[in-house]
Each structure stands twice: as C-alpha cells, then as structure tokens.
Design a protein around this ligand. Structure first.
Ligand SMILES: C[S@@+](CC[C@H](N)C(=O)[O-])C[C@H]1O[C@@H](n2cnc3c(N)ncnc32)[C@H](O)[C@@H]1O
Length: 214
C-alpha cells in the first residue's frame, strides 16, 4: 500500500498520509483561520504584500503555488495572480479549492483574480514574453537542524513533496526574466544565501522576503 492517497468526498479533493495522524490535506480558503487572516490582511499588515507591493491590477507570477495562501492574500488586495505548480496532485487540490472559493460570496472576487497552470516554472519563465510586474518565489527550503519545524498543512505538503532542490535555479532564471521586481521568500534563519544581494529585505520572526529590483 502506498503511503499517500488522493481521494474525493463531498468537501472536495484531499491528500491523505497514512503514516500521519493529521487530517487529510485540502485547499480550503474558507477555513476560519484563513478567513480571519484575509479579513485582517492589509498592505501594511501583510509582509508578503509589502514585499510584492501589492495593489489593484499588479500582475504577479507566483512560481511556487503550493497551497496558494500567499497568492490568495495578494489577490484579495487586488493583484492578478498566475499560479504555477509542478505537482499534479497539488494542482488538483488547488483547482478544487479555487473552484469552491469562487462559489463563496466573500471569496469569489479574489478567487476570480487567480489562474492556475500545472507546469514547471523554469519552463514558464523561459518563454520569450513574460508580462508580469512581479515574480514571486517561495520554495520548500531544507529545514535547518534545530530550527522550528514547519507545521500544519505546510508540514503535510513538505512530507509529500520533500524540499525544492532547484530553489537557486528558480531565482537565477527569475532574475534574468526581465521583470521589474522579483521576491524570494525564505526562512528567516539558515545557511541559504542568495547569489546576489537583494535590494530590500522585509523580515519578521517567521519569514524573510528578499526583494530584487531591476
Ligand atoms: C513552500 S510551497 C509554496 C507555498 C505557497 N507560497 C503558499 O502560500 O501556500 C512550494 C511549492 O512550490 C512548488 N514548486 C517548487 N518548485 C517549482 C517549480 N520549479 N515549478 C512549479 N512549482 C514548483 C512545490 O511543488 C510546492 O508545492
């Protein structure tokens, strides 16, 4: 029997990890905790919004969709977000979560500003004409021994996908894609170093956003 299983019930698609006691993983933008975050989300209060310079009509290419929480926050602040996710399973969960969000009055306008592509961002960014204001990258970095582990749904995702060993390649390709702003999210501590010095850094105790401007 394989460890991970994708299923579907009346609440939509889920990913189950038979080695863990955690609830199955779903993309649910109407989870009360996430709704609270969205209600409080502002251009000042959300570090990701400050790093991206979120605002109405800002076109964001999110190269590492994952559970699309950052993307949803950005879309709720008016950004037009293109999500790229290479995992077929994660894309299935996301598509399902976005479909359900479009049916909820309080979520539909943000959900309608998000499009999803199941592809590798390295290939997407190599296309000749990239028409985005911002490229956003949030890879799964290896955990630093002794550092606080990621929790909840993100921990579930990490067990399923492992770490993104090509994070550096994503950053270099993004920096050459001719976009005015590239934002890299990474853990606040650790040995990982960006190959070039960021223009600005926004950080708090949980995250660090490195901003590269052209
Ligand atoms: C840490 S998660 C992103 C979390 C996301 N920012 C959120 O708010 O939920 C990283 C995701 O990026 C995806 N990913 C990593 N490298 C990618 C690539 N080259 N192309 C497309 N997706 C990629 C992984 O499959 C994973 O789902």
């Amino acid at each position: 029997m394989s460890r991970f299983r994708v299923g579907c019930d009346k609440e939509g698609y889920y990913l189950e990890d038979s080695f863990s006691g955690q609830h199955p993983l779903r993309v649910n933008f109407s989870h009360p905790e996430f709704l609270t975050r969205l209600r409080g989300a502002g251009k000042k209060s959300e570090l990701v919004a400050r790093a991206v310079k979120a605002g109405a009509g800002v076109r964001v290419l999110d190269c590492t969709a994952g559970l699309a929480r950052d993307a949803f926050v950005l879309a709720s602040l008016g950004c037009e977000v293109t999500l790229v996710e290479r995992s077929k399973v994660v894309s299935t969960l996301l598509l399902d979560g976005l479909k359900r969000a479009r049916q909820r009055p309080e979520l539909c306008s943000a959900a309608n500003r998000i499009k999803l592509t199941n592809a590798d961002s390295l290939a997407v960014m190599s296309q000749a004409s990239l028409e985005y204001d911002v490229i956003y990258i949030d890879p799964m970095f290896p955990e630093k021994p002794g550092a606080a582990a990621v929790r909840g749904p993100m921990q579930h995702l990490q067990r399923f996908l492992g770490t993104d060993e090509d994070a550096l390649a994503l950053l270099s390709v993004a920096l050459q894609a001719g976009c005015a702003r590239v934002v890299l999210k990474r853990p606040p501590h650790g040995d990982w170093r960006s190959p070039i010095q960021p223009t600005h850094v926004f950080k708090n105790k949980n995250s660090r956003y490195e901003v590269f401007t052209g």
